[in-house]
Design a protein around this ligand. Structure first.
Ligand code: CA
Length: 226
């Protein structure tokens, strides 16, 4: 497994580099955001560890440009800030997980392993239900041929629904798959409901036939019939 560490703090970067190598991974460090983005775009890494505060280009911008290019490499964001806003921002921009500083190396290692185990999106498979289409490669979403603009998190949620259409998905399943499970404890319990509402507004509300249905007391289902 090959890991890219984008971290400007020399000491921390070296600790991570050394630690990952000791655990049998191939690791490289970029000391600024621009170099990090350039390396990440080369698509040769299995996971990227991304600091927020970086010279030349901050971690949010790196992540945004990486995802905008269609690159789906798993990203773990390191944040020194305790505020939830930065974490939510990172997740919204398409980070797979975050880790507040300071952290134990063991925990970082566990999270790197967890996010890199998630299946990578297979290219060229357009997911469909009725007149709703999602292309994981180009990140385009269309309903009745009209393009729909989704945030990274809304996209991930819709993709999860489409990969499990006509199946009841519980809130816990959605949290586990679309958010890191540990996010629940920090992020408040209604994050799924909030994002389902965002998604409904964009994907269902403008159209006569609703596809996202609430299964009372259980969760949600994506299906054609009411
Ligand atoms: Ca930094």
């Amino acid at each position: 497994m090959k890991v890219l560490i984008i971290e400007d703090e020399i000491k921390l970067g070296n600790i991570l580099l050394q630690g990952l190598k000791e655990h049998g991974m191939v690791a490289e460090v970029a000391r600024d955001g621009s170099t990090g983005l350039r390396l990440a775009l080369s698509k040769t890494y299995d996971t990227v560890i991304l600091d927020v505060t970086l010279p030349l280009k901050n971690g949010f911008d790196v992540l945004q440009e990486l995802r905008a290019s269609g690159n789906t490499v798993p990203v773990l964001m390191l944040t020194a800030r305790s505020g939830i806003e930065d974490r939510v921002r990172g997740l919204d921009l398409g980070a797979d997980d975050y880790l507040p500083k300071p952290f134990a190396f063991k925990e970082l290692l566990a999270r790197v392993r967890a996010i890199s185990r998630r299946p990578q999106i297979e290219p060229q498979t357009v997911l469909k239900l009725a007149d709703l289409e999602l292309n994981p490669s180009t990140r385009e979403v269309k309903r009745a041929g009209q393009p729909i603009d989704l945030s990274a998190r809304e996209f991930a949620l819709l993709e999860y629904f489409l990969r499990h259409k006509e199946m009841v998905l519980t809130r816990a399943m959605i949290l586990d798959q679309v958010w890191a499970s540990d996010y629940v404890n920090d992020g408040g319990s209604n994050v799924v409901e909030v994002y389902i509402n965002y998604l409904r507004r964009k994907v269902d509300q403008p159209f006569p036939r609703k596809l996202i249905h609430t299964v009372r007391g259980t969760g949600y289902i994506l299906q054609e019939k009411d």
